[in-house]
Design a protein around this ligand. Structure first.
Ligand SMILES: [Zn+2]
Length: 487
């Protein structure tokens, strides 16, 4: 753990950065807050840092808040410098980032300093499976677990990084924030929350993780602040770990109010939970021993710990007062401002979801309308067209056909007597054929009607409104009847 603080870098905690050694000499960074490179050198020494950078396979950036990505440029440029100084070819490095961050990097590359030359880009959005339902994803593929990423590129990356699976889900934080889960070739599953409120879809993708690294920015007494700032409390992080049956949950991303040590009341009795601090190194065999450090940590920082406890007690007192106020809305006193803000945010969020739901419904309706007619419908349509103009497919339209004299048309009568003359198409006609045929009909009868059909069938030019094939059949029948009666 190279950085375990939220928001600001402090003396004891750096901004978020996690270095994962997937297998020997296969490294991945999960977020890179400012100063991550310095932290790496502090932890591994200069030689160790060079080794990590030379064997770095990927950098994952969960979202575009500065405390999660400002250190990435330093990492990228230093890595390239190391190879260039030794005249060695620069191996690829995968950037797993949001589209927003990739835009930012492109601008940086163009206008400030070239950093993208030896990078491969994987977008967090493309690693999502489509079946996820959330406020942003226009979920139109319920049936299949598909995603946008090119499977060949993904395979190549996974082999390169020593992974057997990688997947993202959207976090509930700012827009374009992501959580990640990845499984190493040896089967070890690691899930990283990034910044988020507790969410069910993270539980889903992180099911049975060996290690969950979840943000816990503050104590549960500050839950209102956590909701407003879209972060999680310690208790909420622990519960996410339990819900996904994670073998171990490591809490990180502490507010600077816990710069030396977080309050341990919610954490210390949980067997499979640990707290992170800068330069902590965990592996599958030692993470369960983290709890043994708590008494020593509490003693080392006893002064700060007592101060935090006092603050926490005061907080609980005022919270209980606020709750009383909230429960008695008839009182003249005003609603607690935080509760009021949460209520407004909640309302705003619900309205946003409703709007997205409306958009999804509208899109679905549009897609349903856009469905091409079935084979059967096309055949029926084709027959009807042929009934109206049986020879239209074999003749080219000539100027003389544009306004034929009534009664001289070669169209067969629409009655049963004409059945033997109806030419049946072996396969459903293509849009261009239909267009051609309809144009020919247009030249004979009801130009306005056929013009409308062409327009509404969206053959040319495209139009969002379409008639169903049965509507078209009815209209064509009318044309045919009219023509027959005129003959
Ligand atoms: Zn954030």
């Amino acid at each position: 753990m190279l950085g375990t603080a939220s928001a600001m870098t402090g003396k004891y905690r750096n901004n978020t950065c996690i270095l994962v050694e997937v297998k020997q000499d296969h490294f991945i960074f999960l977020d890179c807050g400012e100063g991550s490179l310095n932290q790496l050198v502090r932890l591994r020494g200069e030689e160790g840092a060079i080794r990590v950078l030379k064997n770095l396979k990927a950098i994952f950036i969960s979202h575009q808040h500065a405390d999660h990505h400002l250190g990435s440029i330093d990492i990228l440029t230093t890595r390239e410098d190391i190879f260039e100084q030794n005249n060695e070819p620069i191996p690829p490095l995968y950037l797993i980032v949001t589209w927003k961050y990739s835009n930012f990097m492109t601008s940086y590359h163009k206008d400030i300093q070239p950093v993208l030359t030896n990078l491969q880009l994987l977008k967090n959005e493309d690693l999502l499976f489509h079946t996820q339902k959330d406020e942003y994803w226009e979920d139109i593929c319920d049936a299949e677990r598909i995603r946008l990423v090119d499977e060949n590129v993904l395979d190549e990356f996974q082999k390169y990084a020593g992974l057997s699976h990688i997947e993202t889900c959207r976090a509930l934080h700012c827009r374009d924030a992501f959580c990640l889960t990845m499984t190493a070739e040896n089967g070890f599953k690691l899930t990283f929350s990034g910044d988020t409120r507790p969410i069910a879809r993270l539980v889903e993708i992180g099911k049975d993780s060996d290690l969950l690294i979840h943000e816990g920015s503050m104590e549960h007494g500050l839950q209102k602040d956590a909701i407003i700032k879209k972060h999680s409390t310690f208790t909420e992080a622990i519960n996410v770990g339990k819900d996904m049956r994670a073998k171990f949950t490591l809490i990180t991303h502490f507010s600077q109010r816990y710069s030396k040590i977080p309050l341990l009341e919610e954490i210390e009795n949980e067997e499979n939970v640990g707290i992170a601090f800068d330069n902590l190194v965990v592996n599958p065999s030692n993470m369960h021993q983290l709890r043994l450090l708590y008494p020593a940590l509490r003693l080392m920082f006893s002064k700060e710990y007592d101060e935090m406890l006092n603050k926490s007690e005061n907080l609980k007192f005022y919270e209980s007062k606020d709750r009383e106020l909230d429960m008695n809305p008839d009182d003249d006193e005003q609603e607690d401002p935080k509760s009021e803000l949460i209520r407004k945010l909640d309302l705003q969020y619900k309205q946003k979801l409703e709007n997205f739901e409306r958009i999804k419904k509208w899109r679905r309706a549009m897609i349903d309308k856009e469905k091409p007619p079935s084979q059967q419908e096309m055949k029926r349509l084709s027959n009807l067209i042929n009934k109206v103009s049986p020879d239209s497919g074999s003749r080219s339209s000539s100027p003389s056909r544009k306004s034929p004299a009534r009664g001289t048309s070669k169209s067969p009568p629409p009655s049963g007597a004409a059945k033997s003359t109806v030419r049946r198409s072996k396969s459903p006609p293509q849009a261009s054929n239909i267009h051609e045929k309809l144009l020919k009909i247009k030249s004979k009868e009801s130009p306005e009607l056929v013009k409308n059909i062409i327009k509404k069938r969206n053959i040319s030019p495209p139009s969002p409104v379409r008639l169903s094939s049965s509507d078209i059949s009815d209209r064509l029948l009318k044309v045919a009847k009219k023509e027959g009666s005129q003959e």
